[in-house]
Design a protein around this ligand. Structure first.
Ligand code: ADP
Length: 606
């Protein structure tokens, strides 16, 4: 069997010991179960033919494209460049495609690559970038391409050449146990780093997002988060090596100062800055460079205790958010806790919506609570998942303070992992919050047949009154467009990430259209209150970027100035994060609030 990334996978669920992007064998049973469940809930047939065939880069002919691809093959090896002219296969999380957005929210063939190239070294990446400057073709770097809900491996400009960095560049370059840090290439997953640390017996934690198959580097660049005290992945990176759009190489932070005898600088992973402007930031959520290696701080392992609280009423969330604020500001809460709507308790069991509800309308709150009352945490509206860290006595004291704060909300209840069955989500949460990567979060995709998800992720102040505004906007939009609420609030001391998932059937064009409408409206309505998204799917990046419009789009004009200066030929990920190079600007590539039915992405046919 040939896997979606072209490597030969012999099992149904790729295993880390055989494939760099697989899951560790300790998770075999879970992975097989998840895969079978996904298959049994799949009604979409595997496509046998492409409707539109090979999508070329803009403004080229087939002959020129073929000539340019042969040239690239001669430079990096014929077997390391694959033209994307075969039927598209959405695969699944552990065997995902690099050819398109597998959680497609418009037509499956709309956001596609013309070819995928697999560099084996930094020199290869430089070669590809120089080639792109000559051909003028857009290139689009990914590390693992598991950015699901935000566009996966897809490029913003259809027909771009995707650079799959991870497939051949997946070395753990260094783990420094004394400095508690590491340096990795783009293809190193959370699973991989975790297993390596275990193998070496080091007393270190990694910080993992909800799923462990992503790239440390790719996730940090897109400013993803995890759940230990080191959960802000960008804030905990230290030093990068970057290929610039002209093919030159740059080291950031202390790496800019050469170490003795040609070695790397000894403080590269100890201090984040160099001398002068801090430039690292311009390489995150941008299209200004291709990061080929990156350093990260690792957390020394520590004893910990996960727990959850339930709250009975739908309207309790304002009070909960206000209770969290001082606890978080005083750093009594050990990590960024999650406040999840109880509908997630149903979905994370891996059961289908149809098990709880007949028909396609959203579940009513009454139905949700009736179903939840049969689950281990019982009847409730919200569940708070937290973890405390430190010596046991310190944890006990912290928990006393937290319990005292939450007990002011009538009807709140406290649970430890020992209070719930072994298969309850709290156990999986406890693992993630102690740096052990898992797969459990895939279970809620089973809610719908052919389950895909689209993430709406605005930021608001940690205040009950703001939580009320944002929650109302989102729940009204969900019900206007016939979607179940799927809300998780990641609440820090001063701001909260409100993560609203839209879980939809990839085989239902009407559901997809409603999801797009829902997104466009939520973005616009939240912006009216000053709430902006921290991250978004490719198709919404123009709209989101342009809500940050203070000073007549001063921020965007600054980004465009940087883009035009660093990438005058406009070859690197045009349109990524809403930043378009001069060559593309004002030619109808930008997608705004009115773009709902995005049948084709591109200016000519629009
Ligand atoms: P993950 O699989 O960890 O979720 P991805 O590889 O999908 O991460 O990366 C997320 C996004 O970040 C990509 O779509 C791309 O825009 C950007 N990105 C990823 N890796 C790099 C890189 N090495 N250099 C520049 N941008 C990158």
């Amino acid at each position: 069997m040939v896997a979606n990334d072209g490597t030969s996978a012999v099992r149904r669920t790729p295993v880390l010991e055989e494939v760099y992007s697989g899951a560790p064998s300790r998770l075999n049973d879970e992975a097989e179960k998840t895969y079978s469940r996904m298959l049994s809930n799949k009604t979409l047939a595997k496509t046998e033919t492409r409707k539109t065939g090979l999508r070329l880069p803009p403004d080229t002919t087939l002959e020129d494209f073929q000539r340019a691809i042969s040239d690239l093959q001669s430079k990096v090896g014929a077997e390391h460049v694959q033209v994307n002219d075969k039927p598209l296969d959405d695969g699944w999380y552990l065997d995902h495609p690099k050819t398109h957005d597998c959680h497609h929210i418009i037509d499956q063939e709309a956001l596609v690559a013309s070819a995928v190239v697999y560099p084996g070294s930094t020199a290869d990446v430089q070669t590809i970038v120089r080639w792109a400057n000559i051909t003028g073709y857009p290139i689009y770097p990914i590390s693992l391409g598991r950015n699901l809900g935000y566009g996966g491996a897809a490029p913003r400009v259809p027909g771009s050449i995707v650079i799959d960095l991870g497939r051949r560049m997946h070395k753990i370059i260094d783990i420094d146990a004394d400095n508690a840090s590491c340096v990795v290439e783009p293809g190193v997953t959370y699973f991989r780093l975790y297993e390596e640390i275990q193998k070496r017996g080091l007393p270190l934690w990694i910080d993992t997002p909800d799923l462990g198959g992503g790239s440390l580097l790719g996730n940090a660049i897109d400013r993803g988060v995890g759940y230990t005290p080191y959960g802000d992945h960008w804030a905990n990176h230290c030093g990068m090596e970057v290929v610039l759009p002209n093919g030159e190489l740059l080291r950031t932070g202390m790496g800019a100062l050469p170490g003795p005898n040609g070695k790397d600088n000894p403080t590269w992973q100890s201090f984040q800055h160099a001398y002068g402007p801090s430039v690292d930031g311009i390489f995150s959520q941008s299209n200004f460079g291709i990061v080929v290696s990156m350093g990260f701080w690792l957390m020394p392992e520590v004893s910990n205790q996960s727990y959850c609280f339930t709250f009975p009423n739908e309207d309790d969330f304002e009070q909960i958010v206000d209770a969290i604020r001082p606890l978080a500001q005083q750093r009594i809460l050990g990590n960024i806790p999650q406040l999840r709507h109880v509908v997630q308790e149903l979905a994370v069991t891996g059961r289908r919506k149809s098990d709880f509800h007949s028909g396609s309308a959203p579940m009513t709150l009454k139905e949700i609570r009736a179903a939840a009352s049969k689950l281990p945490l019982g009847d409730c509206s919200w569940v708070f998942y937290g973890t405390q860290y430190g010596p046991p006595e310190a944890i006990a004291q912290q928990l006393d303070v937290i319990k005292a704060a939450f007990s002011k909300i009538p009807g709140s209840r406290f649970f430890l992992p020992k209070d719930v069955p072994d298969d309850h989500y709290l156990h999986s949460r406890a693992k993630v919050c102690a740096g052990t990567p898992v797969l459990r979060e895939l279970d809620w995709l089973n809610w719908m047949p052919n389950g895909g998800h689209l993430s709406f992720s605005p930021i608001a102040p940690t205040k009950g009154s703001d939580a009320r505004i944002i929650h109302d906007i989102i729940t009204k939009a969900y019900s206007r467009h016939g979607y179940d609420r799927f809300s998780t609030l990641c609440v820090a001391g001063r701001e909260m990430h409100y993560i609203a998932e839209i879980v939809y059937d990839r085989g239902d064009p009407d559901a997809k259209l409603r999801a797009v409408k829902c997104m466009r409206e939520m973005i616009a309505e939240c912006a009216e209150y000053g709430f902006g998204e921290y991250r978004t799917h490719l198709l919404f990046q123009d709209q989101v970027a342009r809500t940050y419009s203070w000073g007549d789009q001063a921020l965007m004009r600054f980004n465009e100035t940087l883009k035009d200066s660093l990438d005058p030929n406009g070859i690197l990920a045009p349109g990524r994060n809403g930043i378009w190079p001069k060559k593309y600007r004002g030619k109808g590539w930008e997608l705004g609030p009115e773009d709902i039915d995005m049948k084709v992405i591109g200016p000519k046919i629009k």
